[in-house]
Write a protein that binds this ligand. Structure first.
Ligand SMILES: [Mg+2]
Length: 359
């Protein structure tokens, strides 16, 4: 009997969780050879401790149900063990799951788990703290902190925070030590990319390979405001690497010294760290369960940015209804958060605010 643990973050993302737990229980009723245990996190680092406990109890698979923050903690708990990491993406960005082609639809993500097809992925480590998706200093760390501490959720709110913070953000100067070189650069942000994206298909390092034992370090240099819309578009089309404002270093180690201590984000969670940041790579740190075959429907959904999925909810639901046989409409409802009327309301709220900010 294989033992599977599900570690669930009840507050990640915007989607409801009970439907997923019910679905997993239904699937397990018909699965022979697996026993399951559920654990709900209550505080920061709970997921890490729970994952470590499940490893100690000899669990074969430990599944993170949540966003990149939850995945980060569970994955850290599995480093150095033989337990496989499963991911059911339930966050706002789901950068790691998207990079690994894990379906955003939980029915497909749950089905993928029991194939047990694994891929070994690297971890990044900065001053002893690990990450699996991206870490970063500069603008994204600042916005992330404001966003997380506000308790807000969802991409629309996040974009609003970005616009607001951007208008008052001052790029910092960084001393970069890499491959025997040392130079200074005034940067909007620096991202350490283990996976290719921040989440929501924002491809900050489109060529990043998650198991090559190397980190793609992206320096987004100070950029004139007039160029920002184009760079934002390039971010979502996987072409930002060609921009004159972007430098990417692929390396095993890098040291960054900033002007003063400050924020740094690890898989979307911001924290304070000192001026000097030393990055290294932990090659093949964790075995993650990834899809073994190509299934077009989840991929199509995955390709859509969240805001577009929200905007196109009704036609999209019809499309999914036609495309997915054997899945009940109730489950399909779960896939399309939030309803279109909420999105329209959000836009109504945001537009005047954006106008105020830009004034
Ligand atoms: Mg790599």
């Amino acid at each position: 009997m294989k033992k599977v643990a599900f570690i669930l973050n009840p507050i990640s993302g915007t989607r409801r969780k009970n439907a997923i737990v019910n679905h997993i229980n239904r699937v397990l009723e018909n699965k022979k050879g697996y026993s399951a245990e559920f654990y709900r996190t209550k505080a920061v680092r709970d997921a890490y401790r729970a994952a470590k406990d499940f490893v100690a109890k000899g669990f074969d698979i430990v599944v993170a149900i949540g966003g990149d923050g939850t995945v980060n903690e569970v994955a850290e708990g599995l480093i150095g063990s033989n337990a496989k990491l499963g991911i059911i993406p339930m966050g706002s960005g789901n950068g790691l799951a998207r990079h690994l082609d894990i379906p955003m639809m939980y029915h497909s993500a749950v089905a993928t788990l029991f194939d047990e097809n694994t891929e070994s992925i690297d971890a990044g480590m900065i001053n002893g703290k690990v990450f699996f998706c991206t870490a970063g200093v500069g603008f994204d760390a600042v916005v992330g902190e404001k966003f997380n501490s506000s308790g807000a959720r969802g991409l629309t709110t996040y974009m609003e925070f970005c616009a607001k913070e951007y208008m008052k953000y001052k790029p910092e100067e960084y001393e970069i030590h890499v491959m025997g070189q040392k130079f200074k650069e005034k940067a909007f942000l620096i991202t350490f990319a283990n996976s290719s994206q921040w989440g929501n298909n924002a491809l900050i390092a489109p060529d990043a390979n998650i198991s090559d034992g190397m980190m793609d370090v992206v320096v987004w240099r100070e950029t004139p405001k007039v160029n920002m819309p184009l760079l934002t578009a390039e971010l979502f089309t996987g072409t930002i690497k060609y921009s004159e404002f972007i430098d990417t270093y692929r390396c095993k180690e890098i040291k960054i010294v900033r002007e003063h201590e400050g924020l740094i984000q690890f898989d979307g969670e911001s924290m304070l760290m000192g001026r000097e940041l030393n990055l290294s790579v932990v090659p093949h740190a964790v075995k993650v369960i990834v899809p073994s075959g190509w299934d077009p429907i989840p991929r199509l959904i995955e390709m859509m940015p969240q805001q577009f999925r929200d905007f196109a909810a009704t036609p999209f639901k019809e499309f999914v209804n036609r495309s997915l046989k054997g899945v009940s409409p109730d489950h399909i409802k779960e896939l399309i958060p939030p309803p279109i009327k909420d999105f329209q309301k959000q836009i109504k709220d945001i537009v005047p605010k954006l106008k105020d900010i830009v004034k």
